[in-house]
Design a binder for this molecule. Structure first.
Ligand code: CP
Length: 321
């Protein structure tokens, strides 16, 4: 891999899952792979799981992670080419990124979308400018449209639950859930992209009308507005809110009927319930599910370490600075 931005950067998803599970079994087996290597972690937005798990992963490999909260501690960055910087942006990414390329061996970046300008968000301007100007491998810690470390973790967790030789293809359902804020489509886009690229599941997406995702992320998925129908015989239910894509960044409905409950779960094949976290309890997902036996959200979030470790190890093997 040159960068880790989307499922398309990964030539062998099963190989990466296998590598992650091998790190879970033996976290320090490559403890010298990252010796004398520095991993820059830039946050333009908040994080708990992504930040901590990637730091732990880097340390397990013997590399030194350095966190920089750009949103709170850095200069405001300009990303547009040929910008006349007479506003509140202090430094151009063209000047900052090459310096980071010299300081670090791998650069990891979290940069959320504005949800105001669809063209800009979906062009992935911010992360692409870091790729263009840093000259080192770039890892997405969640970008405008995708969250690949989360999705890799999700595939790892599904594999773990299924075991080595599943009797049949699992049915995986991604269901929209209510939320009080307009949230990015990144986790839903990314989960869809990874499940379809992985290709080992029957994949159904269910959401209210007018919440269609960008079709480029959902090839081959069955899409329905009927949540009850979608949930029938599901083995995994992935719960996530997202704001509208077509009329970009809006909340059209907050219908509590879309919240997953134990009653609704009865239609499934005793499905495991997943969520990337953080979760708004009793808005997105009920207490009874989150605290019940079907929830695997803690296992899922804990697996973030092994996903990050597999990705960083792959990129470290390719670095030769
Ligand atoms: N799931 C996830 O990315 O969590 P954080 O936002 O806390 O990193």
């Amino acid at each position: 891999m040159k960068n880790f931005i989307s499922a398309h950067d990964v030539p062998d998803i099963d190989g990466l899952v296998k590598s992650a599970l091998a790190y879970k079994a033996d976290p320090f087996k490559d403890k010298s792979l990252g010796a004398n290597k520095r991993i820059g972690m830039l946050f333009l937005n908040p994080s708990m799981r992504t930040r901590l798990s990637t730091q732990i992963a880097a340390q397990n490999l013997g590399a030194e992670p350095i966190v920089f909260n750009v949103d709170k501690e850095g200069w405001a960055l300009e990303f547009e080419e040929e910008a006349i910087m007479s506003g509140n942006k202090v430094e151009h990414v063209k000047d900052a990124a090459p310096i980071m390329g010299n300081y670090f061996d791998i650069l990891c970046i979290r940069t959320f979308p504005s949800l105001k300008n669809k063209e800009e968000d979906y062009s992935e301007l911010y992360i692409n400018q870091f790729i263009k100007y840093s000259g080192i491998p770039v890892v997405s810690l969640e970008s405008g449209t995708l969250h690949p470390l989360q999705s890799l973790t999700d595939i790892i967790t599904i594999n773990e639950v299924l075991g080595k030789a599943p009797a049949r293809k699992p049915k995986i359902v991604l269901t929209w859930a209510p939320h009080v804020k307009a949230l990015p489509q990144a986790v839903a886009n990314s989960f869809s992209q990874w499940v379809t690229a992985w290709g080992k599941a029957d994949f159904v997406i269910t959401h209210p009308e007018d919440y269609e995702l960008d079709p480029k992320f959902t090839p081959g998925a069955t899409i329905t507005h009927n949540q009850d129908e979608a949930l029938k015989d599901a083995d995994f239910v992935y719960v996530k809110n997202w704001s509208t894509y077509n009329d970009y960044g809006k909340i059209y409905t907050n219908d509590p009927e879309w919240m997953l409950t134990s009653e609704k779960l009865k239609a499934t094949n005793n499905a495991k319930v997943m969520h990337c976290l953080p979760v708004r309890r009793n808005v997105e997902l009920s207490d009874e599910i989150l605290d019940g036996p079907n929830s695997i959200v803690t296992q899922e979030a804990s697996n973030r370490v092994w996903a990050a470790q597999a990705v960083l190890a792959d990129l470290l093997r390719g670095t030769s600075k």
